[in-house]
Design a protein around this ligand. Structure first.
Ligand SMILES: [Zn+2]
Length: 333
């Protein structure tokens, strides 16, 4: 860990003690050290939650796996002590299918005014259209969907067990993110009223129908494809446009924790993901932590193909992202 001046070292199960506000013996005014107890993120547990989602089968809307996974998420979040709200709604996809979708929102410290929003999409794309064969087959979505949700479920488990942070925390599992147009086939129908794109249907719905009247958050962090081996996260364009200070906060926290191999301080272009609609329609500054391959671009070769299965998932990557998020949230005052 890249932290100097640890004043106190105690071994407490489940907690690590971190001191901030570094003191230097230079005769300057000294600030008292701030000690924050942060439950340690368990990467094995996060991996377990990813594996469990894959076992449900592809979480494609209108399938049994999708229904079962949704029920499991709501139950697990409640079991972890969260106040849970579900939003059921119907939507039309680009290929003119009517799908039943469900956003799941879990809140901690519901009365706290200052709130941090953490989100990921939980649905799986219905077809592996970037695969070299079987382009119409569904796929596991171990990284595209399950990795971000796995990290959020582990954070929820920890929030349910230990001391809560000073701020309120809302976890949102968005549905219907990944049923967007194929590169080779565009929509022949007009966008339904209230929608600005075929991707991210759940976040667009939520941004216009928030789970709580006048809900807002201090900022939001979206996770998408955050679990593959040796993944790297570059500073994404839409995040930099809407929430540059949040980008700075997250990347410098990761750097303090020694995760510079994962969180690369290089700016890249923007992408369409749930954060676009939370920013534009929902008016909450939100960043996206999303896999970017240096020299290639966003995501990896597993993207929207059957390669997106458990074999590409790394506990180390899940741990780096989860630990960074826990630090960001717990250092918030
Ligand atoms: Zn996707």
């Amino acid at each position: 860990m890249g932290i100097k001046n640890i004043f106190l070292f105690l071994v407490i199960p489940l907690f690590i003690l971190v001191s901030c506000n570094q003191k230097k013996n230079t005769g300057e005014t000294q600030t008292s050290p701030r000690v924050v107890q942060i439950p340690s993120f368990n990467a094995d547990s996060a991996y377990f939650f990813v594996e469990l989602q894959v076992k449900f089968g592809p979480r494609v809307p209108n399938t049994k796996s999708h229904h079962e996974a949704a029920d499991y998420f709501a139950g697990q979040l409640k079991k972890s002590g969260a106040a849970v709200v579900t939003q059921d709604f119907d939507a039309i996809t680009w290929d003119n299918r009517k799908v039943q979708l469900r956003n799941i929102i879990a809140s901690y410290n519901p009365d706290a005014k200052k709130r941090i929003l953490l989100a990921a999409h939980w649905d799986t794309r219905p077809y592996a259209d970037k695969d070299t064969e079987k382009k119409d087959a569904p796929f596991d979505g171990a990284n595209d969907g399950a990795s971000g949700v796995g990290i959020l479920l582990e954070i929820s488990r920890l929030l349910g067990q230990g001391k809560l942070p000073s701020v309120g925390v809302d976890l949102i599992l968005f549905d219907g993110e990944d049923w967007g147009e194929k590169e080779a086939d565009k929509s022949k129908i007009p966008l339904p009223e209230g929608y600005e794109g075929w991707w991210c249907l759940g976040s667009q719905y939520w941004a216009k129908h928030k789970h709580k009247k006048n809900y807002s958050a201090y900022y939001g962090i979206l996770l998408d494809m955050v679990g593959s081996k040796r993944a790297q996260f570059f500073r994404e364009g839409v995040s930099l446009e809407f929430a540059p200070t949040v980008v700075e906060k997250v990347w410098s926290t990761a750097s303090r924790l020694g995760y510079t191999d994962y969180f690369v301080k290089t700016n890249v272009g923007g992408i369409i993901d749930d954060h676009v609609y939370v920013n534009e329609m929902g008016k909450i500054p939100m960043i996206d932590i999303v896999h970017y391959q240096n020299g290639i671009g966003f995501f990896g070769d597993y993207h929207h193909s059957r390669k997106d299965n458990l074999s590409i998932i790394s506990k180390e990557t899940l741990g780096a992202v989860g630990t960074t998020l826990m630090n960001v949230v717990y250092f918030e005052e």
